[in-house]
Design a protein around this ligand. Structure first.
Ligand code: CP3
Length: 364
């Protein structure tokens, strides 16, 4: 493995391991994105997946928010997309402007069209290269997060052929072909395992799994179709890293909309951190998970449109909330939004959000 510069800010990793920190580490989902003028400038010159596939460009974009918010932001996340796994499975994915699949999976017979054994080094080696280059370029300023999409969320994209409001096609599969669906979900999960292990080998210091559409499933169906694949991923990653004598890294699960499952996820899903959306009070989440996992989140991203006063009040409340139910201590909490930041936000308001977290999450 490459020797990297020593890490100078380990707040994120300490919080992810459940340690109390002097203040909450903070980063933002989709922090390298269209709200940044420097991102839009580079994006105007290059197609979305071209950036993902060109390590120099991916590194540059990953570093943009780190440069702009130096000293205020505590993590970087590699610039890529969850849809690189469907691409590795042999599917074509366009970004125009949202994701679209010209040839989605219509029936279980279409699964035969997918690549049988995905060699992640061959298909996704460009992500590993980007991670290694980014770790070097970061010079130890903050840790680097690797990620992948969760099987249910990827399955939904691969069948719907893009985003959806109703998920009719993906759910038709679940209810009409449950066994074939479970088999495909596990096949995707196996690729997730190899992809995440490869990211750690390349230099990722924490892994996050995005189950963005978890909340579209009933609690019963989440437990039946998504949860086993999330367990499979955490177990598989830990096993493979141990087999290869590679130190384990913390793992975060962001199962958006699945707050009903927080108790089960904290008990034995194998993740160190659970990401929260804004639909649960931090103190309530703390009560549910007890001290078993660290929490991440959870300000409604739209508060960033509300101006400085709204941002400050909400961050203050959020910090107080994460203190409650935990003996009045801030600890084992990673501040973030409850979902990705959106394109119209003013980067100066983001700076204010970060400053407010620093101010109000400091321990007493
Ligand atoms: O967080 C980061 O800064 C790292 C990069 C990152 C992107 N996508 C870049 C991106 C990450 C972690 C993702 C994850 C992702 N991608 C998710 C899970 C998180 C979530 O928001 O729920 C999902 C569902 C996707 C799929 C996806 N990619 C969609 C639905 C879209 C279009 C709509 C949108 O939100 O922009 C994308 C495109 C995308 N991925 C952009 C970026 C910066 C914008 C595309 C562009 O530049 O034109």
């Amino acid at each position: 493995m490459t020797q990297f510069p020593p890490l100078r800010n380990d707040l994120l990793l300490r919080a992810a391991r459940g340690e109390k920190t002097e203040r909450a580490p903070v980063w933002i989902m989709r922090q390298a994105g269209r709200y940044l003028p420097e991102f839009r400038a580079l994006r105007a010159e290059h197609a979305f997946f071209e950036i993902c596939q060109t390590p120099e460009l991916a590194t540059e974009i990953t570093l943009q928010p780190i440069r702009r918010y130096s000293g205020l932001i505590d993590a970087s996340i590699i610039f890529s997309d969850i849809l690189v796994i469907p691409q590795a499975l042999g599917m074509e994915v366009l970004m125009n402007p949202g994701p679209s699949f010209p040839d989605p999976l219509s029936t279980p017979a279409d699964v035969d069209k997918l690549r049988q054994n995905v060699d992640v080094d061959k298909e996704l080696g460009y992500v590993f290269k980007a991670i290694t280059q980014t770790r070097i370029a970061l010079k130890g300023e903050v840790p680097l997060i690797g990620f992948c999409g969760a099987p249910w969320t990827l399955f939904a994209y691969m069948i719907e052929g893009g985003g959806s409001k109703t998920f009719t096609k993906a759910k038709t599969w679940l209810f009409k072909y449950p066994e074939e669906s479970k088999a495909l979900l596990l096949r995707i999960a196996d690729v997730c395992v190899d992809f995440l292990v490869g990211q750690v080998k390349a230099g990722a210091q924490l892994l996050q799994v995005f189950d963005s559409w978890a909340g579209e499933l009933s609690p019963h169906d989440f437990a039946l179709f998504s949860l086993p694949t999330l367990n499979h991923i955490s177990k598989g990653v830990h096993e493979k890293l141990r087999q290869q004598n590679i130190p384990l890294v913390p793992m975060t699960l962001f199962a958006k909309g699945a707050n009903h499952a927080l108790g089960d996820l904290a008990k034995d899903a194998g993740y160190d951190v659970l990401g929260l959306d804004w639909c649960i009070e931090p103190s309530a989440a703390r009560e549910i998970v007890k001290g078993k996992v660290a929490l991440q989140g959870n300000m409604d991203p739209n508060v960033l449109y509300g101006g400085r006063e709204a941002i400050e009040t909400t961050v203050k409340r959020m910090c107080e909330g994460f203190r409650q139910g935990n003996n009045g201590e801030v600890g084992a909490w990673i501040a973030n939004l409850g979902h990705g930041i959106t394109p119209g936000v003013d980067p100066e308001d983001v700076k204010w959000f970060l400053e407010c977290v620093h101010k109000y999450s400091a321990g007493h």
